[in-house]
Design a protein around this ligand. Structure first.
Ligand code: SF4
Length: 250
């Protein structure tokens, strides 16, 4: 009966977790008080005394508040990480973010409140429990996608052939900055690097001055604005190129 006095908050959404193939995740050194209840398949991040609101944290689990990049909405998410393996076990909604919690917690609310927000203590979980959409839940899978690019890729075939090889970041930076005969083995001419085109005075083409200086030869065709845009704007501005294009606007 004592066990029923606590809310095992990870049990919420256990069905979605089972869909991600993590329903059998258990650990030998799992503290018994945080053990998964039958059917949830995963140890809980905390236990909550529903009478007093006392939060008992699982020392094996760390929770991080972040943002979901499953789509352009950039909802807040809350990531459950196993400290022993560094693996993400689940993602939830972020109770501090008005995108997916209503009412959202104040930014000044202590982290213990974020645990209570998922519990039945004083009915909080029923009032504004933060959630993610189904796609947001699936971002966990995308994180461990075996086809996810984690290192720079260099083209090894003609453009459009889809042939690539992984290279180091050092090589990628060196070749991007210095240019040279980077695709000599493919019979292609030398490529200019940043150093050759960093020039805000010399016209790119004196016959077409409207194209601006050589620095405009650097063109950035970016992706979505999920934090990288500010960096790109600053870098391209410092480089002297106006040709900075983002995914949904110019
Ligand atoms: S939770 Fe859903 S709607 Fe929100 S950013 Fe992620 S994928 Fe988009």
């Amino acid at each position: 009966m004592k066990r029923r006095e606590f809310i095992q908050i990870s049990a919420l959404g256990a069905t979605a977790l089972a869909g991600l193939g993590l329903n059998k995740l258990t650990f030998a050194d799992e503290p018994p008080e945080f053990a998964a209840i039958s059917g949830s398949g995963q140890e809980v991040e905390a236990r909550i005394d529903t009478k007093t609101g006392q939060v008992q944290l699982n020392p094996n689990i760390i929770m991080r508040h972040s943002a979901c990049l499953g789509c352009y909405s950039s909802c807040g998410n809350r990531v459950k990480i196993d400290k022993r393996t560094g693996k993400i076990l689940r993602v939830f909604g972020n109770p501090y973010n008005p995108h997916n919690a209503g009412p959202a917690l104040s930014y000044n609310a202590p982290l213990t409140e974020s645990y209570l927000a998922f519990s039945t203590f004083q009915g909080r979980g029923h009032k504004g429990r933060a959630t993610l959409c189904a796609r947001g839940n699936a971002t966990l899978d995308a994180n461990y996608d075996p086809y996810r690019n984690l290192v720079p890729l260099k083209r090894t075939g003609k453009r459009g052939e889809g042939k690539w090889k992984p290279i180091t970041w050092e090589q990628a930076i060196q070749e991007t900055a210095e240019g040279g005969e980077l695709f000599k083995d493919l019979g292609e001419k030398a490529v200019e690097g940043f150093h050759q085109i960093y020039d805000v005075k010399t016209p790119m083409d004196s016959a077409q001055p409207e194209l601006g200086p050589k620095s405009n030869q650097l063109v950035l065709i970016g992706g979505r604005g999920d934090g990288r845009t500010a960096y790109a704007v600053r870098f391209m501005g410092a480089f002297g190129s106006v040709n900075n294009f983002s995914h949904g606007y110019s």
